[in-house]
Design a protein around this ligand. Structure first.
Ligand code: SF4
Length: 200
């Protein structure tokens, strides 16, 4: 059973933003990403860049991430000039996709969370994807604990929305440097939840 999370206060959001700018935290997250990439490279899934993996409602799945992952993605995208606004998030909710999806492509490649990195629609990976997702989530959660970063886990766009509402920093025009991202409110009927898929 997946429960939606409540991001308590702006202080928690600030803690995520600050943590994702720490080199040791970034190095730990980067290690997880590199290991995922190594495994995926070995398997060599077929990817036709259909973009369907980011059209959540249409394809019956959802993306979840931790607060740290969301903050990291938002911050990196700001730095790269791909800042999103609350209106972008609402459009994505209406369209059933991600605010960083442009046509069939992801414009948040560097910042995207582990959930995006492990997911492929290639049927050959139907067993591997949940395993990778579960392991990656466990390791990201461990980073929250190791670096004393408040832990929350939720649906991508809901997390993004709540972070934006509670921290004006992320709604401001892109700065020359900075770091932030998100998933999860109540789950519409008929959707398959990745956390359920991975048995969490
Ligand atoms: S961050 Fe990129 S890969 Fe992940 S859901 Fe958004 S567009 Fe898709």
């Amino acid at each position: 059973m997946v429960r939606s999370i409540q991001i308590d206060e702006a202080g928690q959001v600030r803690a995520w933003l600050e943590a994702c700018s720490r080199p040791e935290v970034e190095a730990a997250i980067d290690g997880i990403h590199r290991e995922i990439a190594r495994v995926i490279h070995e398997v060599g899934p077929h990817c036709l860049a259909s973009g369907n993996c980011c059209r959540f409602e249409a394809h019956g799945h959802r993306l979840y991430a931790t607060g740290l992952e969301v903050a990291r993605c938002v911050t990196i995208c700001r730095e790269e000039g791909r800042h999103i606004t609350p209106e972008d998030i609402e459009s994505a909710v209406l369209e059933g996709n991600c605010p960083w999806q442009d046509g069939r492509l992801c414009t948040a490649r560097e910042g995207r969370p582990t959930g995006c990195r492990v997911y492929f629609c290639d049927p050959r990976l139907q067993d591997l994807v949940p395993e990778l997702a579960e392991n990656a989530h466990r390791e990201v959660r461990a980073i929250h604990e190791r670096f004393h970063v408040p832990y929350a886990y939720g649906e991508w766009r809901t997390m993004l929305r709540e972070i934006m509402e509670q921290n004006p920093f992320v709604t401001a025009p892109p700065a020359t440097s900075g770091r932030l991202a998100v998933p999860g409110s109540s789950r519409p009927r008929g959707l398959v939840d990745l956390r359920i898929l991975v048995g969490k």
